[in-house]
Ligand binder design. Structure first.
Ligand code: 13P
Ligand code: SF4
Length: 327
């Protein structure tokens, strides 16, 4: 047996003994996706976490995802195999302690005038717009969710904003997703200056080059890309939305504007179609931290466990539940 096969066998045995399920985000390493009971986008994984019949969830993803699982299913033990797997965008907003984006990303060119700088806090923005609902992308901490009216993911953000009984909304923390929402609703969107460094690096020049190289391909882009990039796409959707689109489309060739981990499932589920990354360096280092070794270690030691303080959890759950109620 190869080392990989031995690891897989040990994981599957221990998973049964612990009454655990393994869930994986679409950006995880190929071998981690292969061992998972379910692989999906943030919305699908939240729904699974809320309803799974098991004692333990091994969450192969980044910390805000495991936190959401624990918020929704506090009676289960939620393990995040790599405790350092974080989402830098989620850390770009805090409830009250100021944290400067400019300090985190020296040299970054902040050109947008319409968004609030991230050295503001969520409390500052709420004070400026009393009564305006806060729609928080799930890529955020439990503390921020707890101070929000409702959560959203890239799969349902427009629907969530449309469902709110308010002509104005505050959307945090992703300025690109916020711009995409604003483009698709008549509501006024007050945005935040956060971004995903994997998606925000893509430029219109990258799109032009990819289109030149693959003139017959359709471009699918994730709403964390910049608005000028999204405007050039044939379809804008979440990671699982891209999977559904690719399967049902008559097209045979696609350029994929998201983290390259998604290409594994796209190719596996569509062996007759061709997929090209929009940029080869669209790699989320945090999503790649989890390995089969760390999954096995988590099941052996039942650590690192993710828990949210009860008062925060109750408030954050309200925002997540409101999102999950909107079909
Ligand atoms: P999805 O919800 O589309 O899978 O996206 C999550 C994410 O972190 C994108 O960078
Ligand atoms: Fe966060 Fe971007 Fe990684 Fe998604 S791809 S987890 S938004 S850093």
């Amino acid at each position: 047996m190869t080392e990989l096969e031995i690891l897989r066998e040990k994981i599957l045995k221990l998973k049964g003994e612990r009454n655990a399920i393994i869930i994986s985000h679409n950006y995880q390493r190929d071998e981690v996706q292969d061992i998972a009971d379910f692989t999906g986008d943030s919305l699908e994984l939240s729904r699974i976490a809320a309803s799974a019949k098991c004692d333990v969830i091994v969450f192969c993803g980044v910390n805000f995802m495991a936190e959401s699982a624990s918020i929704l299913s506090p009676e289960k033990t939620v393990l995040l195999p790599e405790i350092g797997a974080c989402c830098p965008m989620a850390d770009m907003i805090t409830v009250s302690g100021a944290r400067s984006l400019r300090t985190q990303f020296p040299g970054y060119n902040f050109t947008d005038g319409y968004v609030y700088p991230a050295d503001f806090t969520l409390s500052d923005i709420k004070k400026l717009y009393p009564g305006v609902p806060v729609v928080t992308y799930v890529n955020s901490s439990a503390d921020v969710k707890a101070e929000s009216d409702i959560c959203c993911t890239s799969a349902n953000a427009i629907k969530i904003v449309e469902a709110l009984d308010s002509g104005k909304v505050i959307c945090v923390p992703d300025k690109n997703l916020s711009a995409w929402i604003a483009r698709n609703t008549k509501k006024e969107v007050i945005a935040w200056d956060g971004f995903c460094h994997v998606h925000d690096r893509v430029t219109t020049a990258d799109v032009s080059l990819a289109r030149e190289e693959h003139p017959d391909a359709l471009l699918l882009a994730h709403p964390e890309c910049r608005i000028d990039v999204l405007e050039m796409a044939d379809h804008v959707t979440s990671t699982s939305g891209m999977l559904r689109f690719a399967i049902s489309s008559d097209a045979k060739e696609f350029i994929i504007g998201t983290e390259i981990g998604l290409l594994y499932r796209l190719r596996k589920e569509n062996p007759d179609k061709t997929f090209h990354p929009l940029r080869k360096d669209m790699i989320c280092p945090n999503m790649k931290k989890t390995t089969l070794k760390s999954v096995l270690r988590a099941l052996e030691t039942m650590t690192p466990e993710i828990k949210v303080p009860e008062e925060t959890r109750i408030h954050a759950k309200r925002a997540l539940d409101r999102m999950l109620e909107i079909k």
